[in-house]
Design a protein. Structure first.
Length: 474
Protein backbone atom coordinates (compact mmCIF):
# COMPACT_ATOMS: atom_id res chain seq x y z
CA UNK A 1 0.00 0.00 0.00
CA UNK A 2 3.02 2.34 0.25
CA UNK A 3 2.93 2.68 -3.55
CA UNK A 4 -0.69 3.82 -3.34
CA UNK A 5 0.11 6.36 -0.62
CA UNK A 6 2.91 7.79 -2.77
CA UNK A 7 0.50 8.11 -5.70
CA UNK A 8 -2.14 9.76 -3.54
CA UNK A 9 0.45 12.26 -2.28
CA UNK A 10 1.44 12.95 -5.86
CA UNK A 11 -2.22 13.48 -6.79
CA UNK A 12 -3.24 15.93 -4.06
CA UNK A 13 -0.03 17.07 -2.40
CA UNK A 14 1.74 15.73 0.69
CA UNK A 15 -0.18 17.99 3.11
CA UNK A 16 -3.54 16.60 2.03
CA UNK A 17 -2.89 12.90 2.66
CA UNK A 18 -3.25 12.15 6.36
CA UNK A 19 -2.32 8.74 7.76
CA UNK A 20 -1.74 6.93 11.03
CA UNK A 21 1.96 6.72 10.12
CA UNK A 22 2.38 9.91 12.10
CA UNK A 23 1.09 9.13 15.61
CA UNK A 24 0.45 12.83 16.22
CA UNK A 25 -2.18 12.93 13.46
CA UNK A 26 -5.68 12.51 14.86
CA UNK A 27 -8.07 11.11 12.24
CA UNK A 28 -10.97 10.44 14.61
CA UNK A 29 -13.13 13.26 13.21
CA UNK A 30 -13.18 11.43 9.86
CA UNK A 31 -13.26 7.88 11.26
CA UNK A 32 -16.14 8.13 13.78
CA UNK A 33 -19.70 8.60 12.66
CA UNK A 34 -21.99 11.31 14.01
CA UNK A 35 -24.05 8.94 16.16
CA UNK A 36 -20.93 7.18 17.49
CA UNK A 37 -22.29 3.88 16.22
CA UNK A 38 -19.12 3.04 14.29
CA UNK A 39 -15.44 3.67 14.69
CA UNK A 40 -13.37 2.92 11.60
CA UNK A 41 -9.73 3.04 10.65
CA UNK A 42 -8.69 4.51 7.31
CA UNK A 43 -5.58 3.72 5.30
CA UNK A 44 -5.50 7.44 4.61
CA UNK A 45 -7.70 10.52 4.66
CA UNK A 46 -7.25 12.20 1.29
CA UNK A 47 -8.41 15.77 0.74
CA UNK A 48 -8.39 16.72 -2.95
CA UNK A 49 -8.84 20.37 -3.87
CA UNK A 50 -10.28 20.00 -7.38
CA UNK A 51 -12.21 17.63 -9.65
CA UNK A 52 -9.08 16.53 -11.58
CA UNK A 53 -7.49 15.70 -8.22
CA UNK A 54 -10.54 13.61 -7.22
CA UNK A 55 -10.26 11.77 -10.56
CA UNK A 56 -6.54 11.12 -9.99
CA UNK A 57 -7.29 9.73 -6.50
CA UNK A 58 -9.99 7.42 -7.86
CA UNK A 59 -7.70 6.16 -10.65
CA UNK A 60 -4.89 5.49 -8.18
CA UNK A 61 -7.24 3.59 -5.85
CA UNK A 62 -8.77 1.62 -8.74
CA UNK A 63 -5.31 0.56 -9.94
CA UNK A 64 -4.38 -0.57 -6.42
CA UNK A 65 -7.75 -2.23 -5.78
CA UNK A 66 -8.37 0.01 -2.76
CA UNK A 67 -11.92 0.94 -1.90
CA UNK A 68 -13.02 4.55 -1.37
CA UNK A 69 -15.40 6.04 1.19
CA UNK A 70 -16.52 9.54 0.17
CA UNK A 71 -17.23 11.95 3.01
CA UNK A 72 -18.75 15.42 3.18
CA UNK A 73 -19.74 16.84 6.57
CA UNK A 74 -19.97 13.39 8.22
CA UNK A 75 -23.41 14.19 9.63
CA UNK A 76 -25.11 11.17 8.03
CA UNK A 77 -27.17 9.06 10.41
CA UNK A 78 -26.86 5.59 8.86
CA UNK A 79 -23.10 4.92 9.09
CA UNK A 80 -22.34 5.59 5.43
CA UNK A 81 -19.47 8.05 5.51
CA UNK A 82 -16.83 6.42 7.70
CA UNK A 83 -14.33 3.68 6.77
CA UNK A 84 -14.59 0.14 8.09
CA UNK A 85 -12.12 -1.11 10.69
CA UNK A 86 -9.79 -2.84 8.19
CA UNK A 87 -7.35 0.05 7.79
CA UNK A 88 -7.37 -0.52 4.02
CA UNK A 89 -10.00 1.97 2.82
CA UNK A 90 -9.26 5.44 1.53
CA UNK A 91 -11.43 8.14 3.07
CA UNK A 92 -11.99 10.76 0.38
CA UNK A 93 -13.02 14.02 2.02
CA UNK A 94 -14.60 16.67 -0.19
CA UNK A 95 -14.07 19.26 2.55
CA UNK A 96 -11.63 21.43 0.57
CA UNK A 97 -13.93 21.75 -2.46
CA UNK A 98 -16.25 24.50 -1.26
CA UNK A 99 -16.41 27.03 -4.12
CA UNK A 100 -19.60 28.58 -5.44
CA UNK A 101 -18.60 28.38 -9.11
CA UNK A 102 -21.44 30.40 -10.65
CA UNK A 103 -24.79 31.96 -9.79
CA UNK A 104 -27.22 32.74 -12.61
CA UNK A 105 -29.95 35.03 -11.28
CA UNK A 106 -32.02 35.00 -14.45
CA UNK A 107 -31.88 31.21 -14.78
CA UNK A 108 -32.42 30.83 -11.01
CA UNK A 109 -29.52 28.42 -10.66
CA UNK A 110 -26.30 28.12 -8.72
CA UNK A 111 -23.34 25.82 -9.36
CA UNK A 112 -21.36 24.74 -6.30
CA UNK A 113 -18.66 22.28 -5.42
CA UNK A 114 -19.62 19.21 -3.43
CA UNK A 115 -17.88 20.24 -0.21
CA UNK A 116 -19.82 23.51 0.06
CA UNK A 117 -21.53 23.62 3.47
CA UNK A 118 -25.31 23.85 3.06
CA UNK A 119 -25.56 26.97 5.25
CA UNK A 120 -22.91 28.74 3.14
CA UNK A 121 -24.94 28.03 0.04
CA UNK A 122 -28.11 29.33 1.71
CA UNK A 123 -26.19 32.53 2.56
CA UNK A 124 -24.80 32.90 -0.97
CA UNK A 125 -28.33 32.63 -2.35
CA UNK A 126 -29.60 35.11 0.24
CA UNK A 127 -26.90 37.63 -0.69
CA UNK A 128 -28.15 37.41 -4.28
CA UNK A 129 -31.70 38.11 -3.04
CA UNK A 130 -32.75 34.50 -3.70
CA UNK A 131 -33.60 31.38 -1.75
CA UNK A 132 -32.00 27.95 -1.66
CA UNK A 133 -34.71 26.14 0.26
CA UNK A 134 -33.04 22.92 1.48
CA UNK A 135 -32.97 23.23 5.26
CA UNK A 136 -32.10 20.76 8.02
CA UNK A 137 -30.75 20.89 11.54
CA UNK A 138 -27.27 19.79 10.38
CA UNK A 139 -27.04 22.62 7.82
CA UNK A 140 -24.05 24.24 9.56
CA UNK A 141 -21.93 21.12 8.89
CA UNK A 142 -23.46 19.00 6.12
CA UNK A 143 -22.36 19.50 2.52
CA UNK A 144 -24.13 19.69 -0.81
CA UNK A 145 -22.36 16.51 -1.96
CA UNK A 146 -23.64 14.66 1.11
CA UNK A 147 -27.11 16.18 0.73
CA UNK A 148 -27.32 14.91 -2.84
CA UNK A 149 -25.67 11.56 -2.13
CA UNK A 150 -28.34 10.91 0.54
CA UNK A 151 -31.17 12.78 -1.24
CA UNK A 152 -31.69 14.77 1.95
CA UNK A 153 -35.16 15.98 2.93
CA UNK A 154 -35.49 18.40 5.83
CA UNK A 155 -38.18 20.88 6.73
CA UNK A 156 -39.16 22.42 3.36
CA UNK A 157 -39.88 19.29 1.32
CA UNK A 158 -43.61 19.94 1.42
CA UNK A 159 -43.16 22.96 -0.86
CA UNK A 160 -39.78 22.53 -2.60
CA UNK A 161 -39.11 18.78 -2.61
CA UNK A 162 -36.10 16.70 -1.56
CA UNK A 163 -32.51 17.44 -2.62
CA UNK A 164 -33.29 15.48 -5.79
CA UNK A 165 -35.98 17.96 -6.85
CA UNK A 166 -33.58 20.85 -6.26
CA UNK A 167 -30.84 19.50 -8.51
CA UNK A 168 -30.60 20.12 -12.25
CA UNK A 169 -27.11 18.91 -13.05
CA UNK A 170 -24.12 17.06 -11.62
CA UNK A 171 -20.42 16.67 -12.12
CA UNK A 172 -19.33 13.18 -11.11
CA UNK A 173 -16.08 11.24 -11.01
CA UNK A 174 -16.91 7.69 -12.01
CA UNK A 175 -15.51 4.53 -10.43
CA UNK A 176 -13.04 4.39 -13.34
CA UNK A 177 -11.77 7.90 -12.59
CA UNK A 178 -13.45 9.59 -15.56
CA UNK A 179 -15.29 12.90 -15.16
CA UNK A 180 -18.93 13.12 -16.23
CA UNK A 181 -19.56 16.79 -17.03
CA UNK A 182 -23.28 17.00 -16.39
CA UNK A 183 -23.57 20.48 -14.90
CA UNK A 184 -26.58 21.57 -16.88
CA UNK A 185 -28.93 24.30 -15.74
CA UNK A 186 -31.71 23.00 -18.01
CA UNK A 187 -35.16 22.33 -16.65
CA UNK A 188 -36.02 20.23 -19.67
CA UNK A 189 -33.66 17.66 -21.17
CA UNK A 190 -35.14 14.39 -22.37
CA UNK A 191 -32.06 12.90 -23.98
CA UNK A 192 -32.04 9.42 -22.54
CA UNK A 193 -31.53 7.80 -19.17
CA UNK A 194 -31.40 10.20 -16.25
CA UNK A 195 -27.86 9.77 -14.94
CA UNK A 196 -28.34 12.60 -12.48
CA UNK A 197 -31.10 10.76 -10.68
CA UNK A 198 -28.96 7.62 -10.61
CA UNK A 199 -26.21 9.31 -8.62
CA UNK A 200 -28.56 11.26 -6.33
CA UNK A 201 -29.34 9.06 -3.36
CA UNK A 202 -26.64 6.51 -4.27
CA UNK A 203 -24.70 7.25 -1.04
CA UNK A 204 -21.29 7.21 -2.69
CA UNK A 205 -21.70 3.68 -4.05
CA UNK A 206 -21.67 4.60 -7.76
CA UNK A 207 -19.32 7.59 -8.04
CA UNK A 208 -18.10 10.78 -6.41
CA UNK A 209 -20.23 13.89 -6.80
CA UNK A 210 -17.80 16.80 -7.22
CA UNK A 211 -20.19 19.65 -8.11
CA UNK A 212 -23.88 20.35 -8.72
CA UNK A 213 -26.12 22.87 -10.42
CA UNK A 214 -29.07 23.59 -8.16
CA UNK A 215 -32.37 25.45 -8.38
CA UNK A 216 -32.89 28.78 -6.65
CA UNK A 217 -36.22 30.43 -5.86
CA UNK A 218 -37.47 33.97 -5.28
CA UNK A 219 -37.46 34.82 -1.60
CA UNK A 220 -40.89 34.97 0.02
CA UNK A 221 -42.04 38.45 1.08
CA UNK A 222 -42.82 37.16 4.57
CA UNK A 223 -42.47 33.98 6.56
CA UNK A 224 -44.69 33.29 9.57
CA UNK A 225 -44.56 30.42 12.01
CA UNK A 226 -47.36 29.08 14.18
CA UNK A 227 -47.43 26.48 16.94
CA UNK A 228 -50.67 24.62 17.57
CA UNK A 229 -51.75 22.05 20.13
CA UNK A 230 -53.80 19.30 18.50
CA UNK A 231 -55.94 16.72 20.26
CA UNK A 232 -54.81 13.73 18.15
CA UNK A 233 -52.80 12.66 15.12
CA UNK A 234 -56.07 12.42 13.14
CA UNK A 235 -56.65 16.09 13.93
CA UNK A 236 -53.08 16.91 12.84
CA UNK A 237 -53.63 15.19 9.49
CA UNK A 238 -56.94 17.03 8.98
CA UNK A 239 -55.24 20.31 9.93
CA UNK A 240 -52.60 19.60 7.27
CA UNK A 241 -55.34 19.19 4.66
CA UNK A 242 -56.99 22.44 5.76
CA UNK A 243 -53.68 24.29 5.68
CA UNK A 244 -52.91 22.98 2.19
CA UNK A 245 -56.33 24.09 1.04
CA UNK A 246 -56.14 27.58 2.57
CA UNK A 247 -52.43 28.42 2.20
CA UNK A 248 -51.70 26.55 -1.02
CA UNK A 249 -48.02 26.79 -1.99
CA UNK A 250 -47.52 29.14 0.96
CA UNK A 251 -47.44 26.18 3.32
CA UNK A 252 -43.70 25.48 3.50
CA UNK A 253 -43.46 23.54 6.75
CA UNK A 254 -45.68 21.21 8.75
CA UNK A 255 -43.96 19.37 11.59
CA UNK A 256 -45.55 17.22 14.28
CA UNK A 257 -44.12 16.62 17.76
CA UNK A 258 -45.42 14.16 20.34
CA UNK A 259 -45.88 15.14 23.98
CA UNK A 260 -43.09 12.88 25.25
CA UNK A 261 -40.63 14.29 22.68
CA UNK A 262 -41.45 17.87 23.74
CA UNK A 263 -41.26 16.87 27.40
CA UNK A 264 -37.66 15.75 26.79
CA UNK A 265 -36.79 19.21 25.41
CA UNK A 266 -38.51 20.88 28.38
CA UNK A 267 -36.60 18.67 30.81
CA UNK A 268 -33.14 18.74 29.26
CA UNK A 269 -33.15 22.30 27.91
CA UNK A 270 -35.24 24.21 30.47
CA UNK A 271 -34.11 27.57 29.04
CA UNK A 272 -36.27 26.80 26.01
CA UNK A 273 -39.88 27.61 26.77
CA UNK A 274 -41.90 24.87 25.10
CA UNK A 275 -45.45 26.13 24.55
CA UNK A 276 -48.67 24.16 25.04
CA UNK A 277 -47.04 20.75 25.33
CA UNK A 278 -48.41 19.76 28.72
CA UNK A 279 -52.04 20.07 27.67
CA UNK A 280 -51.97 18.08 24.46
CA UNK A 281 -50.75 14.75 23.04
CA UNK A 282 -49.27 16.45 19.97
CA UNK A 283 -48.17 19.90 18.85
CA UNK A 284 -47.74 21.04 15.27
CA UNK A 285 -45.37 23.64 13.83
CA UNK A 286 -46.63 25.35 10.69
CA UNK A 287 -44.76 27.73 8.40
CA UNK A 288 -46.44 30.03 5.92
CA UNK A 289 -44.23 31.67 3.29
CA UNK A 290 -46.18 34.44 1.63
CA UNK A 291 -45.43 36.13 -1.67
CA UNK A 292 -47.40 39.32 -0.79
CA UNK A 293 -46.70 40.70 2.69
CA UNK A 294 -46.56 39.91 6.37
CA UNK A 295 -50.02 41.40 6.89
CA UNK A 296 -51.40 39.09 4.23
CA UNK A 297 -49.58 36.08 5.71
CA UNK A 298 -50.89 36.86 9.20
CA UNK A 299 -54.46 37.26 7.97
CA UNK A 300 -54.29 33.89 6.21
CA UNK A 301 -52.85 32.21 9.30
CA UNK A 302 -55.50 33.74 11.57
CA UNK A 303 -58.28 32.54 9.26
CA UNK A 304 -56.76 29.05 9.15
CA UNK A 305 -56.39 28.78 12.91
CA UNK A 306 -59.90 30.15 13.54
CA UNK A 307 -61.38 27.50 11.23
CA UNK A 308 -59.24 24.83 12.89
CA UNK A 309 -60.41 25.91 16.36
CA UNK A 310 -64.03 25.84 15.20
CA UNK A 311 -63.58 22.34 13.77
CA UNK A 312 -61.81 21.26 16.98
CA UNK A 313 -58.67 20.32 15.06
CA UNK A 314 -56.69 22.66 17.30
CA UNK A 315 -57.18 23.29 21.01
CA UNK A 316 -54.84 26.29 21.30
CA UNK A 317 -52.29 28.06 19.11
CA UNK A 318 -49.70 30.83 19.03
CA UNK A 319 -48.39 32.72 16.02
CA UNK A 320 -44.82 34.00 16.32
CA UNK A 321 -44.72 37.80 16.59
CA UNK A 322 -41.38 38.14 14.85
CA UNK A 323 -38.48 36.23 13.29
CA UNK A 324 -36.75 35.78 16.65
CA UNK A 325 -39.82 34.07 18.09
CA UNK A 326 -40.19 31.94 14.98
CA UNK A 327 -36.55 30.93 15.36
CA UNK A 328 -37.20 29.91 18.97
CA UNK A 329 -40.13 27.70 17.92
CA UNK A 330 -38.05 26.00 15.21
CA UNK A 331 -35.21 25.60 17.69
CA UNK A 332 -37.50 23.58 19.97
CA UNK A 333 -38.34 21.25 17.11
CA UNK A 334 -34.68 20.91 16.13
CA UNK A 335 -33.64 20.24 19.74
CA UNK A 336 -35.63 17.01 20.00
CA UNK A 337 -32.78 14.75 18.73
CA UNK A 338 -30.33 16.35 21.17
CA UNK A 339 -32.82 16.06 24.04
CA UNK A 340 -33.26 12.42 23.17
CA UNK A 341 -29.50 11.90 23.18
CA UNK A 342 -29.39 13.54 26.63
CA UNK A 343 -32.02 11.09 27.82
CA UNK A 344 -29.89 8.14 26.64
CA UNK A 345 -29.21 5.84 23.72
CA UNK A 346 -32.31 5.00 21.72
CA UNK A 347 -33.46 3.08 18.67
CA UNK A 348 -34.09 5.45 15.78
CA UNK A 349 -36.43 5.00 12.84
CA UNK A 350 -36.77 7.34 9.87
CA UNK A 351 -39.89 6.06 8.19
CA UNK A 352 -42.49 7.28 5.76
CA UNK A 353 -46.13 6.27 5.49
CA UNK A 354 -48.86 7.74 3.28
CA UNK A 355 -50.02 10.76 5.31
CA UNK A 356 -53.61 9.54 5.43
CA UNK A 357 -52.53 6.31 7.16
CA UNK A 358 -50.18 7.77 9.76
CA UNK A 359 -52.71 7.83 12.63
CA UNK A 360 -53.62 4.16 12.12
CA UNK A 361 -49.96 3.19 11.73
CA UNK A 362 -48.99 4.91 14.98
CA UNK A 363 -51.88 3.38 16.86
CA UNK A 364 -50.83 -0.09 15.70
CA UNK A 365 -47.07 0.38 16.19
CA UNK A 366 -47.54 2.04 19.62
CA UNK A 367 -49.70 -0.89 20.75
CA UNK A 368 -47.25 -3.52 19.45
CA UNK A 369 -44.30 -1.91 21.19
CA UNK A 370 -45.95 -1.18 24.52
CA UNK A 371 -47.27 -4.73 24.61
CA UNK A 372 -43.87 -6.23 23.78
CA UNK A 373 -41.84 -4.01 26.11
CA UNK A 374 -43.87 -2.67 29.04
CA UNK A 375 -42.84 0.86 29.98
CA UNK A 376 -41.15 1.56 26.63
CA UNK A 377 -41.08 5.28 25.79
CA UNK A 378 -41.92 6.46 22.27
CA UNK A 379 -40.40 9.62 20.86
CA UNK A 380 -42.55 10.44 17.88
CA UNK A 381 -41.93 13.55 15.79
CA UNK A 382 -41.22 14.49 12.20
CA UNK A 383 -42.15 16.05 8.91
CA UNK A 384 -45.84 15.16 8.94
CA UNK A 385 -46.43 17.15 5.76
CA UNK A 386 -44.19 14.64 3.93
CA UNK A 387 -45.50 11.57 5.76
CA UNK A 388 -42.06 11.24 7.37
CA UNK A 389 -41.84 10.29 11.04
CA UNK A 390 -38.85 9.91 13.29
CA UNK A 391 -40.46 7.17 15.29
CA UNK A 392 -37.85 6.50 17.96
CA UNK A 393 -37.90 4.08 20.84
CA UNK A 394 -36.37 4.90 24.21
CA UNK A 395 -35.70 2.38 26.98
CA UNK A 396 -38.19 2.18 29.88
CA UNK A 397 -37.42 4.62 32.66
CA UNK A 398 -34.59 3.33 34.83
CA UNK A 399 -33.47 0.65 32.32
CA UNK A 400 -29.88 0.60 31.11
CA UNK A 401 -30.01 2.21 27.66
CA UNK A 402 -26.94 0.38 26.33
CA UNK A 403 -28.36 -3.01 27.36
CA UNK A 404 -31.72 -2.02 25.91
CA UNK A 405 -30.13 -1.22 22.57
CA UNK A 406 -28.21 -4.48 22.50
CA UNK A 407 -31.02 -6.78 23.54
CA UNK A 408 -34.05 -5.10 21.97
CA UNK A 409 -32.95 -3.35 18.77
CA UNK A 410 -33.57 -6.29 16.43
CA UNK A 411 -36.99 -7.06 17.94
CA UNK A 412 -38.05 -3.40 17.97
CA UNK A 413 -36.94 -2.92 14.34
CA UNK A 414 -38.83 -6.04 13.25
CA UNK A 415 -42.03 -4.77 14.92
CA UNK A 416 -41.74 -1.25 13.51
CA UNK A 417 -40.61 -2.23 10.00
CA UNK A 418 -43.27 -4.95 9.85
CA UNK A 419 -45.92 -2.32 10.54
CA UNK A 420 -44.29 0.04 8.02
CA UNK A 421 -44.54 -2.69 5.37
CA UNK A 422 -48.21 -3.37 6.17
CA UNK A 423 -48.93 0.35 5.66
CA UNK A 424 -46.95 0.43 2.37
CA UNK A 425 -44.33 2.76 3.80
CA UNK A 426 -40.55 3.02 3.55
CA UNK A 427 -37.98 2.01 6.17
CA UNK A 428 -35.80 4.97 5.20
CA UNK A 429 -37.56 8.20 4.34
CA UNK A 430 -34.66 10.65 4.19
CA UNK A 431 -31.50 9.40 5.91
CA UNK A 432 -30.65 6.65 3.44
CA UNK A 433 -29.49 3.06 3.96
CA UNK A 434 -25.77 3.29 4.71
CA UNK A 435 -24.41 0.20 6.41
CA UNK A 436 -26.91 0.45 9.25
CA UNK A 437 -29.86 -0.72 7.13
CA UNK A 438 -28.06 -2.53 4.30
CA UNK A 439 -28.86 -5.99 5.67
CA UNK A 440 -32.47 -5.04 6.40
CA UNK A 441 -33.25 -3.50 3.02
CA UNK A 442 -33.76 -6.73 1.01
CA UNK A 443 -36.46 -7.84 3.48
CA UNK A 444 -38.59 -4.78 2.76
CA UNK A 445 -37.82 -3.75 -0.81
CA UNK A 446 -39.25 -5.30 -3.94
CA UNK A 447 -36.88 -8.10 -5.08
CA UNK A 448 -37.03 -6.93 -8.68
CA UNK A 449 -35.96 -3.44 -7.53
CA UNK A 450 -33.04 -4.96 -5.59
CA UNK A 451 -32.04 -6.94 -8.70
CA UNK A 452 -32.09 -3.82 -10.88
CA UNK A 453 -30.07 -1.92 -8.28
CA UNK A 454 -27.48 -4.72 -8.26
CA UNK A 455 -27.27 -4.61 -12.07
CA UNK A 456 -26.65 -0.84 -11.97
CA UNK A 457 -23.98 -1.23 -9.29
CA UNK A 458 -22.28 -4.01 -11.28
CA UNK A 459 -22.31 -1.91 -14.47
CA UNK A 460 -20.94 1.26 -12.90
CA UNK A 461 -18.62 -0.16 -10.24
CA UNK A 462 -17.81 -3.75 -11.26
CA UNK A 463 -14.98 -4.09 -8.74
CA UNK A 464 -17.12 -2.83 -5.83
CA UNK A 465 -14.61 -0.17 -4.80
CA UNK A 466 -17.06 2.71 -4.26
CA UNK A 467 -18.24 2.73 -0.65
CA UNK A 468 -18.66 -1.06 -0.42
CA UNK A 469 -21.00 -2.47 2.21
CA UNK A 470 -23.34 0.49 1.90
CA UNK A 471 -26.88 0.29 0.46
CA UNK A 472 -26.33 -3.18 -1.11
CA UNK A 473 -24.45 -6.02 0.55
CA UNK A 474 -22.55 -8.40 -1.77
P1 LIG B 1 -21.86 12.60 4.94
O1 LIG B 1 -22.41 12.23 6.27
O2 LIG B 1 -20.43 12.96 4.89
O3 LIG B 1 -22.14 11.43 3.91
C1 LIG B 1 -23.41 10.85 3.79
C2 LIG B 1 -23.37 9.79 2.66
O4 LIG B 1 -23.12 10.42 1.42
C3 LIG B 1 -22.26 8.77 2.83
O5 LIG B 1 -22.69 7.55 2.28
C4 LIG B 1 -21.12 9.32 1.98
O6 LIG B 1 -20.25 8.33 1.51
C5 LIG B 1 -21.89 9.98 0.84
N1 LIG B 1 -21.24 11.16 0.27
C6 LIG B 1 -20.91 12.31 0.93
N2 LIG B 1 -20.40 13.19 0.05
C7 LIG B 1 -20.40 12.58 -1.16
C8 LIG B 1 -20.01 12.99 -2.46
N3 LIG B 1 -19.52 14.20 -2.70
N4 LIG B 1 -20.15 12.11 -3.48
C9 LIG B 1 -20.65 10.87 -3.27
N5 LIG B 1 -21.05 10.44 -2.06
C10 LIG B 1 -20.92 11.29 -1.03
N6 LIG B 1 -31.15 14.36 6.88
C11 LIG B 1 -32.29 14.67 6.25
O7 LIG B 1 -32.50 14.20 5.13
N7 LIG B 1 -33.24 15.51 6.81
C12 LIG B 1 -33.07 16.06 8.02
O8 LIG B 1 -33.92 16.79 8.51
C13 LIG B 1 -31.86 15.76 8.72
N8 LIG B 1 -31.62 16.30 9.93
C14 LIG B 1 -30.45 16.02 10.56
C15 LIG B 1 -30.21 16.61 11.79
C16 LIG B 1 -29.02 16.35 12.46
C17 LIG B 1 -28.76 17.01 13.78
C18 LIG B 1 -28.06 15.48 11.89
C19 LIG B 1 -26.76 15.20 12.57
C20 LIG B 1 -28.30 14.89 10.67
C21 LIG B 1 -29.50 15.14 9.99
N9 LIG B 1 -29.76 14.56 8.76
C22 LIG B 1 -30.91 14.87 8.10
C23 LIG B 1 -28.81 13.62 8.15
C24 LIG B 1 -27.64 14.29 7.40
O9 LIG B 1 -27.42 15.59 7.82
C25 LIG B 1 -27.90 14.31 5.94
O10 LIG B 1 -27.92 12.97 5.51
C26 LIG B 1 -26.89 15.08 5.10
O11 LIG B 1 -27.42 15.19 3.81
C27 LIG B 1 -25.51 14.44 5.02
O12 LIG B 1 -24.57 15.35 4.47
P2 LIG B 1 -23.02 15.23 4.81
O13 LIG B 1 -22.27 16.20 3.97
O14 LIG B 1 -22.79 15.31 6.26
O15 LIG B 1 -22.73 13.76 4.28
Amino acid sequence: MSGLLAELRQAVGEAHVLTHEDPATDLSAWENDWRRRAQGRALAVVRPGSTPEVAAVVRACAAAGASIVPQGGNTGLVVGSVPDASGTQVLLSLGRMQAVRALDKANLTVTVEAGCILQNLQQAADQAGLLFPLSLAAEGSCTIGGNLATNAGGTQVLRYGNARELCLGLEVVTAQGEVWHGLTGLRKDNTGYDLRDLFIGSEGTLGIITAATLKLYPQPAAQLTAWAAVPSLEAAVRLLGLAQQQLGAGLTGFEVMGQFALGLVARHFPAQRVPLWQSSPFCVLLENSDTESETHARALFERLLETALEQELVSDAVVAENLAQAGQLWHIRESIPMAQAEEGLNIKHDISIPVSRIPAFCEEADALLTQAIPGVRLVNFGHLGDGNLHYNVQAPLGANAQDFLQTEEARVNALVFGAVARYHGSISAEHGVGSLKAATLPHYKDPVAIGLMRAIKQALDPNNLMNPGRVLLP
